[in-house]
Design a protein around this ligand. Structure first.
Ligand code: NI
Length: 184
């Protein structure tokens, strides 16, 4: 299973709305497994298909810790065409994103969600998530609508990060923390 390249902000592809998967075939299953592999290699707790350049509604999430062999995967969730059907409560969580290099910030989301979608066997699945898992699923499903966690922040914070990234790209150096950046 190949590890795919992760697209990063401000690539405009991340702003696109992804299409529903119409056919859950071998190609989709392969893409979903590549996504899991890419997420574990990063390492991260979630990945959405647009982050590897696929304009399709697929997310993978695993908030589990490594086991005694340093492996993850026991808590892997892979959903096709995920949809949040109900949400409740509020939680503030410091989020990061594999597509948003070197930046974390607090985001307010629903604390308890119910999600519907499809699995690799074309079976309809539903799941209920709370806390960190609910945060991770909302973050990934957001990606399918072209929304990054940056879009949930104040304009000031978002602009500060955008300036930092654009400056680094202009100067051809890696994106690093600014000393005057109070976030994260
Ligand atoms: Ni993300």
């Amino acid at each position: 299973m190949p590890i795919r390249k992760i697209i990063t902000f401000p690539d405009p592809f991340l702003k696109d709305e992804a299409d529903d998967v119409v056919n859950i075939d071998g190609r989709v299953v392969q893409a979903m497994d590549d996504m899991a592999q890419t997420m574990y290699a990063a390492p991260g707790v979630g990945l959405a298909a647009p982050q590897i350049g696929l304009n399709e509604r697929i997310v993978v999430v695993d908030i589990g810790e490594e086991d005694e062999n340093g492996e993850r995967g026991k808590e892997l969730i892979q959903i096709i065409n995920p949809e949040i059907v109900e949400e409740e409560g509020e939680i503030v969580w410091e989020e990061g994103c594999l597509s948003v290099i070197d930046f974390r910030a607090e985001v307010t989301r629903a604390n308890h969600i119910w999600v519907k979608g499809y699995d690799r066997d074309q079976k309809e699945v539903s799941l209920e998530a709370e806390g960190f898992l609910a945060v991770a699923l909302q973050h990934e499903i957001d990606h399918l609508d072209g929304t990054l966690f940056l879009d949930h922040l104040s304009r000031l914070k978002r602009d500060m990060y955008t300036r930092r990234v654009k400056k680094a790209l202009r100067e051809g150096r890696p994106i690093a923390r600014d000393e005057d950046d109070e976030d994260s």
